[in-house]
Write a protein that binds this ligand. Structure first.
Ligand SMILES: NC(=O)C1=CN([C@@H]2O[C@H](COP(=O)(O)OP(=O)(O)OC[C@H]3O[C@@H](n4cnc5c(N)ncnc54)[C@H](OP(=O)(O)O)[C@@H]3O)[C@@H](O)[C@H]2O)C=CC1
Ligand SMILES: Nc1nc2c(c(=O)[nH]1)N=C([C@H](O)[C@@H](O)CO)CN2
Length: 240
């Protein structure tokens, strides 16, 4: 059993999760990142002081195994950021049952099961540090739906709803909030036409990058009077 009280970032070996891990390490947090595929970023994170733990949330057993490892190694947690996600579409996933199960497994069941399992550890973190947080990384489409990512959007809406229930259940010790981004960053393979259309979906016409997601996480973690809420990061997309 170690004496650190980490904040867990699921799926933290790339893009937003990685940027959050680096920023929170610089802010002085103990950071534990979960990864599935091995990536060069893991060595860098370990060099910076993070612990990197393999976890695959695509099965019930994978979630249970991760919970067992955390409970074995820690008696308290500063928090958990449910960032792990897959943005699968109906176009690339022809089997509706498989797609829906996959999206709800990673975006709803895994966070739900972990939140319940880590209740006592989060309370212990609160007793020691005076703060404990759960952050759900949802999506703008949880509110509006998406014609090309129907199952994905529904599962992010499920995750958004968990925010309300866990905020009630864990109050006043653990704050539970969502961050709901719209476009943060493109993928290298996105073509010019796609990029233009995506940028035009918001009032601010930006793909702001990881840094805006990081700032949102830092705000939620610093804040002491916000729970059961969603911080929207969408460039005013709801007004277009
Ligand atoms: N990027 C954007 O513009 C937007 C992002 N968001 C949300 O913000 C968050 C971060 O986005 P982004 O950085 O782009 O995410 P990415 O898709 O780039 O990364 C997600 C991470 O989750 C991990 N992951 C996926 N499935 C599983 C699983 N079953 N078990 C364990 N780990 C898993 C992946 O690991 P591996 O590669 O090893 O599978 C990967 O490291 C996500 O929740 C996303 O939905 C919302 C709106 C816009
Ligand atoms: N897990 C992921 N979720 C999302 C991603 C992603 O790359 N991984 N990307 C998006 C898009 O940026 C979209 O918001 C605009 O094209 C949404 N969710």
């Amino acid at each position: 059993m170690t004496c650190t009280m980490p904040i867990i970032i699921t799926g933290g070996a790339q893009r937003l999760g990685l940027a959050c891990a680096k920023a929170l390490l610089a802010d002085g947090f103990d950071v534990l990142v979960t990864y599935r595929a091995t990536k060069p970023s893991l060595a860098l994170l370990e060099e910076l002081g993070a612990r990197c733990m393999y976890a695959d949330f695509s099965s019930f057993e994978g979630v249970e195994s991760f919970i067992r490892h955390i409970k074995q190694d820690y008696s308290a947690l500063r928090g958990i950021i449910h960032n792990a996600s897959e943005w699968d579409s109906e176009a690339i996933s022809p089997d509706p049952r498989q797609l829906m199960e996959k999206m709800w497994q990673v975006h709803v069941f895994a966070p739900y099961r972990m939140n319940l399992a880590f209740e006592a550890l989060l309370y212990a973190g609160f007793e020691c540090l005076g703060k404990a947080d759960i952050i759900h990384m949802t999506d703008y489409v949880a509110e509006k739906g998406s014609d090309k990512h129907i199952a994905y959007a529904s599962s992010k809406a499920g995750l958004a709803n968990l925010t309300y229930s866990f905020a009630k259940r864990f109050a006043p010790k653990v704050k539970v909030n969502s961050i709901a981004p719209s476009l943060l960053m493109f993928h290298p393979e996105d073509d010019a036409d796609y990029r233009e259309k995506a940028l035009n979906k918001s009032l601010l016409h930006q793909a702001p990058g990881e840094k805006e997601g990081v700032l949102a996480v830092q705000y939620v973690l610093t804040n002491s009077y916000m729970t059961g809420r969603t911080l929207s990061l969408d460039g005013g997309r709801h007004l277009v």
